[in-house]
Design a protein around this ligand. Structure first.
Ligand code: IPM
Ligand code: MG
Length: 355
């Protein structure tokens, strides 16, 4: 099995190196091939998603992705900025189903900014649609406003759109995920204001008929943002669009103590996937050896489970991560009073030892 390793920018190379170390220790015959992406792709080949990197990603059975982005590319035209790498991979490979679990490990309840009783035992899953919405909707651009009170002024515009089959396919993914968990699905939208959301909601209700064992509820996105900090444990699976999912998944991540703990999977219809930590490239701490590699290591575990059919190996990695947390190993982002703070490499080594 072939795994494309795309470390990217900022802390990306440091954290993927630790995940690769773990993958290589499993005793499996994986073929790992690395390629530049994001700012690194731009430096190497003049484009954030070089053709050769995209070709490797297409050909691989799974993709392990670090992170992209750095302030130094902010002045480039949008098409050449690092973020286009991840957006391009999602679009080209039709990775429409994004799984973002938020689990609060018992050892880390103290690292959350919320009271322990609100977050302890938290285990929710955000299913974010990843190929549509205002992220990719055309038309978009900059122009002279054609009408309205500011006609003639410079204006930026984007288009939020979802087609029924697009909503339907993510609905099926979410319902099936809920079936494997507590069978509670909350669909998040803004149906009180947006047409896109009305179609989203109607389609969810339609698809729900095929899953009578799952309890479907609906929530407006503003209320969902509030409920996530008020009573997050009331959620099981949340399904939402690309834009709302981007925002809510960062919020959910923070409930767990640190976004540095959260893995993610982005899957196509055949479960081929790209696996990446939910956090970004953190250029401010890049190269310092202090980043938390656990989200990337846990992403590798998701890869084994969802795309490579190696659930047992995934369990081994997840158990090893729990063990190092029990042993008190902490990177700076999850530092707790009772833990010992270690760097990126030491954390990777501790997981390796536990494995
Ligand atoms: C994420 C990130 C990306 C997104 C950026 C880097 C384009 O925030 O994966 O959540 O907005 O989807
Ligand atoms: Mg985001």
């Amino acid at each position: 099995m072939k795994i494309a390793v795309l470390p990217g920018d900022g802390i990306g190379p440091e954290i993927t190196a630790e995940a690769v170390k773990i993958l290589n220790a499993l005793g499996e015959k994986f073929e790992l091939e690395e390629a530049p992406v994001g700012g690194a792709g731009y430096e190497a080949q003049g484009h954030p998603l070089p053709d050769s990197t995209l070709a490797l990603a297409r050909q691989a059975d799974a993709i392990l992705f670090g992170a992209v982005g750095d302030w130094k590319y902010d002045k480039l035209e949008r098409a050449l900025r690092p973020e286009q790498a991840i957006l391009g991979l999602r679009k080209h490979l039709q990775l429409f189903a994004n799984f973002r679990p938020a689990i609060c490990y018992p050892q880390l309840t103290g690292a959350s900014s919320l009271k322990p009783e609100i977050v302890s035992g938290l285990d929710i899953l955000i299913v974010r649609e990843l190929n549509g919405d205002i992220y990719f909707g055309a038309p978009r651009g900059l122009r002279e406003a054609p009408d309205g009170p500011f006609a003639g002024a410079k204006e930026g515009f984007d288009t939020m759109r979802y087609s029924e089959p697009e909503v339907r396919r993510i609905a099926h993914v979410a319902f099936q995920a809920a079936q494997k968990r507590q069978k509670k699905l909350t669909s998040v939208d803004k149906a009180n204001v947006l047409e896109t959301s009305q179609l989203w909601r109607d389609t969810m209700i339609e698809v729900a008929k095929e899953y009578p064992d799952v309890e479907l509820s609906h929530m407006y996105v503003d209320n969902a943002a509030m409920q996530l900090v008020k009573a997050p444990k009331a959620f099981d699976v949340v399904v939402t669009g690309n834009m709302f999912g981007d925002i809510l998944s960062d919020e959910a991540a923070m409930l767990t103590g640190s976004i540095g703990m959260l893995p993610s999977a982005s899957l196509d219809k055949d479960n081929k996937g790209l696996y990446e930590p939910s956090h970004g490239s953190a250029p401010d701490i890049a190269g310092k050896g202090v980043a938390n590699p656990l989200a990337t290591i846990l992403s590798a575990a998701m890869m084994l489970r969802y795309s490579l059919g190696k659930a047992e190996q995934a369990d081994r990695i997840e158990s090893a991560v729990k063990k190092v947390l029990e042993q008190g190993y902490r990177t700076g982002d999850i530092a707790t009073a009772d833990g010992k703070v270690v760097g990126t490499k030491e954390m990777g080594d501790a997981v390796l030892k536990a494995l």
